[in-house]
Design a protein around this ligand. Structure first.
Ligand code: NCD
Length: 352
């Protein structure tokens, strides 16, 4: 695939505009497959994807598993509670055990930021040929979610040819618990790379002012920004400032499990100030796509009646789009180059 040179996918800060375009283009190809009646491709036949999830997950793990199966890969899941980690085996040695069994891609989720990056570095040093795909690490990064959000927005603006250009100059409001959200951080790298202007909205405890400079410098360990010119980030404190003129709105779950102190006076007050309802959305001045990565705290980030109306938001569409986006990532990391890989994008005759 043109210009793709990532051995691992850890953080969207490392993605160029071309990388985003490549993922969107492939995801669009995979997204159109069910419509054409073909559900399984031979692209990753003989490859093994292992999921190592040290944190709970409803959507991400099952979406990766389905994506791998649609590309004919074998799938293996590691569960920390019944593993030798409890006997003192290190994470690296656990990972190497799965590599010895033939894993081509390790999909890793961990509550500590940096674990997938350390694992990738240690496996590289040990000479292992395996790709690490970050499925969410602490507050740091959740690249596959950032990409599926980008794909969902790009498809909303151009259903037939979604591309990064479709986001240029769009105003995207992200509302809520930005502080504890790895999804917001990945979205900031993705959206600003595509030239969108992002407005972050929430109280100072959840949206510190410093987020206005979030993409001003590349993150530690990355010497330069692969994107020459990014969209802007603005921090505001009220929906009345954030929503007028918005082209899209994303709201985030209050990450109660990651909050160290009481950062809100009450959930009711939060909902009154930052919860989205039909009335609130009318502030945008036009019908806008509404996204939430899930899981939703019903009646907190979004009013229950809004959530119950599938025409009012893209939450299920995000879940649907997660599969082709993760297929694209697995394909890019595991299929290898050459004519064989291209041919493997033609549907196989066998159906699941
Ligand atoms: C997100 C996560 O785990 O970071 N969920 C997800 O992957 N769909 C967001 C969240 O938990 O709020």
């Amino acid at each position: 695939m043109s210009g793709w040179n990532h051995r691992h996918v850890i953080d969207l800060a490392a993605f160029s505009l071309q990388d985003f375009a490549t993922v969107l283009e492939l995801a669009q190809r995979f997204r159109s497959l069910p419509d054409a009646g073909a559900r399984k491709l031979p692209a990753l036949q003989g490859r093994l994807m292992t999921t190592l999830f040290f944190e709970p997950s409803t959507r991400t793990r099952s979406s990766f598993e389905l994506a791998a199966k649609r590309l004919s890969a074998d799938v293996q899941s590691f569960s920390p509670s019944s593993s030798s980690l409890s006997k003192g085996e290190s994470l690296l040695d656990t990972a190497r055990t799965y590599v010895a069994m033939g894993a081509t891609v390790l999909v890793v989720r961990h509550r500590c930021a940096g674990v997938p990056a350390c694992l990738a570095r240690d496996l590289d040093r040990a000479g292992e040929r395996v790709a690490v795909l970050n499925a969410g690490d602490g507050l740091h990064s959740h690249p596959s979610q950032g990409l599926l959000d980008l794909f969902t927005l790009a498809r909303h603006f151009d259903p037939l040819a979604p591309s990064p250009e479709g986001l240029r100059g769009r105003r995207v409001a992200i509302v809520g618990d930005v502080m504890h959200s790895r999804v917001a951080r990945s979205n900031l790298w993705a959206l600003t790379a595509c030239g969108a202007d992002v407005v972050l909205c929430g109280p100072p405890t959840l949206v510190p002012e410093a987020f206005a400079d979030f993409v001003a410098a590349p993150p530690p360990g990355q010497h330069e920004d692969p994107v020459p010119r990014r969209g802007s980030i603005q921090v505001v404190r009220s929906l009345e400032e954030a929503l007028p003129g918005a082209d899209a709105v994303m709201t985030l779950r209050l990450q109660k499990e990651r909050m160290q102190q009481q950062l809100l006076s009450s959930l009711d007050t939060y909902h009154r100030l930052y919860g989205l309802s039909r009335d609130r959305l009318a502030l945008c001045g036009q019908p806008v796509p509404l996204l939430h990565p899930g899981p939703v705290n019903r009646g907190v980030e979004m009013a229950g009646d809004l959530l119950d109306d599938p025409g009012a938001h893209l939450v299920e569409e995000q879940v649907r789009n997660g599969i082709p986006v993760r297929m694209a990532l697995l394909y890019l990391l595991a299929a290898g180059d050459g004519a064989g890989a291209q041919n493997s994008l033609k549907p196989s005759s066998s159906r699941p």
